[in-house]
Design a protein around this ligand. Structure first.
Ligand SMILES: [Zn+2]
Ligand SMILES: [Zn+2]
Length: 247
């Protein structure tokens, strides 16, 4: 298959060496999150800090989060190709790396279901795929945890979020997500649909491509908790490095 459809490297966008999904030198260029991290959202922070500026400012609806890469110019380009230039093939590559990154978290968090952050249906139709779902599928597969794509739905269209301030994003997103047909509440506990029937959803792992201020993660987590999910964790491929001085 690789001969018919040569793979492109998600970092340099050239042809990846035979049998590889990323050039070894490009792998070395990826800015993996290392060192001190915000205990709440996983953002890199200075050595003596416990929380990042955003987490000190806003209480989050999710329990805890983690991210794999720092959202620098190189990663920005990778994700732009993946989302806007039709390079769907980058999704499983990033997804497998994220799944590896999640090994300690999966053990600690006791996840019942992996839930990708949903796109608005019209946006997903236009793109042909939900980039978060393609990435999330790899974590579900690796750990044998159900991938649930109908637990959450995006009800509001959220356009031009990039130009909004953190406070405006929060306001804009407040009612943008709701429980979908794959999630029901019984006596205050959430249940999700599986092939074998309904199962209680105590801990959910939400997966997205980018985490910036956490407003999307919060809006999703709030909708899940309202439906009776006890614990909501977040994981993203890339995370903004945050306020100045938080390299
Ligand atoms: Zn490369
Ligand atoms: Zn934080």
């Amino acid at each position: 298959m690789d001969l018919l459809y040569p793979r492109r490297c998600p970092v340099c966008h050239g042809l990846a060496p035979a049998g590889k999904t990323i050039c070894p030198s490009c792998m070395g260029r990826l800015p993996f999150v290392r060192g001190s991290r915000c205990r709440k959202c996983g953002k890199p922070v200075l050595k003596n800090r416990v929380f990042c500026d955003d987490c000190l400012k806003y209480p989050h609806a999710f329990d805890q989060g983690t991210a794999m890469l720092v959202y620098d110019d190189c990663v920005r380009e990778t994700i732009a190709y993946y989302k806007y230039k039709g390079r769907r093939e980058y999704g499983p590559v990033l997804g497998r790396l994220l799944a590896l990154h999640l090994t300690p978290c999966i053990k600690e968090w006791k996840i019942d279901a992996v839930i990708p952050v949903p796109l608005h249906p019209s946006r997903e139709r236009a793109r042909g795929y939900n980039q978060a779902a393609v990435v999330a599928a790899e974590t579900a597969k690796r750990y044998g945890i159900p991938l649930v794509t109908d637990a959450l739905i995006r009800t509001g269209r959220t356009t031009a979020m990039k130009t909004l301030s953190a406070g405006e994003r929060r306001e804009h997103l407040k009612s943008a997500f709701a429980a979908g047909s794959g999630l029901i509440t019984k006596n205050g506990t959430a249940w999700f649909r599986t092939r074998e029937g309904w199962k209680p959803l105590l801990a959910a792992l939400m997966i997205d491509d980018i985490y910036t201020t956490g407003s999307t993660a919060d809006a999703c987590a709030a909708a899940l908790k309202e439906a009776g999910v006890r614990h909501v964790f977040t994981a993203s491929v890339a995370i903004g490095a945050g306020a100045a001085g938080e390299e």
